[in-house]
Ligand binder design. Structure first.
Ligand code: TIH
Ligand code: FE2
Length: 325
């Protein structure tokens, strides 16, 4: 940004909605919302399983203690959890060639060659972060469940991805109604290893800082339909780019089949589309490519009026708000 850009005055800063200005302030962005809790929601596969509920709570409580600068602790996963991981890992392998985008396949291959992801053992977040750091600078940060859209998106502005640490219930390994570690690792990690997908995610995050509730709703809907459930076309075939599909065998097949509706990805349209969050989506958006989705998103961003714009400084991992001219 130019030296002529005007920083926001103190007065304007104060009338704004608070948002983190430095990566360390993400410590204030871990508010969880309750949805699909196994304690109360019969739609959760772990509903009524006392041991599962206790384990999930233990891991969530541990994640909640994490603060900026802490070393991420190793988690001692149980043999049952390793077995769930392995079952999902191997079953998804059957669909890789036919249903996943080239970026996913390439990055998964590297992750496997470097033994960051292996069928037998659940990877540790700390080791995955070493890989992501060298690919795109993204990092996973433990969180204790579903976050508010505002907090979740704010983290993306800093290339931080809030990651659950518990696993889905062993009874239902091929679809989880909520994000879990398997979804984060098999769905998101290979995609966050891609520079364009990483940039697109960070862009959505930057657009969310200080945004109105209405804009947050729109941005989280765009995020949902592209980063979680997006498709692209390769050689005339539908392929998944979205992490929610890449980690769920049944929905991955459904999304790429003729059963659901498919529409071209257009951020302005996508932003106001209603979505399903307790079953397969009836509608998916299809981008020409990740590059195309990023270009469209940037055009959309410039149409969103904001009294200020934000600049990210990757050296200090901080944000500067600049008055819009
Ligand atoms: N349904 C996904 C899975 O089974 O892996 C998890 C989710 C992603 C986004 C919302 S729920
Ligand atoms: Fe996700």
């Amino acid at each position: 940004f130019s030296i002529f850009a005007k920083k926001l005055s103190d007065e304007k800063n104060q009338s704004q909605i608070w948002f983190p200005r430095h990566i360390s302030e993400l410590d204030q962005c871990s508010k969880c919302i309750t949805k699909y809790e196994p304690t109360t929601d019969p739609r959760h596969p772990g509903h009524g399983d006392v041991a599962y509920i206790a384990r999930r709570k233990f891991l969530n409580d541990q994640a909640l203690e994490f603060k900026f600068g802490d070393e991420i602790g190793y988690v001692d996963y149980t043999e049952e959890e390793h077995a769930t991981w392995k079952a999902v890992y191997e079953k998804l392998g059957d669909l890789h060639l036919s249903h996943t985008c080239a970026v996913y396949r390439q990055n998964l291959k590297i992750l496997q060659e470097e033994k960051v992801l292996t069928a037998d053992r659940i990877p540790q977040i700390r080791d995955v972060n070493k890989f992501l750091q060298k690919k795109t600078g993204f990092e996973l940060r433990p969180c204790s469940g579903l976050l508010s859209a505002r907090d979740f998106l704010a983290s993306l502005a800093f290339r931080v991805f809030q990651t659950t640490t518990y696993l889905r219930h062993h009874k239902s390994p091929h679809h989880s109604p909520e994000p879990d570690l398997i979804h984060e690792l098999l769905g998101h990690v290979p995609m966050f290893s891609d520079p364009l997908l990483a940039q697109m995610s960070q862009d959505i995050g930057l657009m969310s800082l200080g945004a109105s509730d209405e804009h947050i709703e729109k941005l989280s809907t765009v995020y949902w339909f592209i980063v979680e459930f997006g498709l692209c076309k390769e050689d005339g075939k539908l392929k998944a780019i979205g992490a929610g599909l890449l980690s769920a065998y049944g929905e991955l097949m459904h999304a790429c089949s003729d059963a659901p509706e498919h529409k071209d990805f257009d951020p302005a349209v996508t932003a106001v589309q209603k979505y399903e969050d307790d079953d397969y989506q009836p509608l998916y958006f299809v981008a020409d490519s990740i590059h195309d989705a990023l270009a469209k998103l940037r055009k959309y961003a410039s149409s969103m009026d904001r009294p200020f714009s934000v600049v990210y400084d990757p050296f200090t991992k901080s944000i500067e708000a600049i008055e819009s001219s």
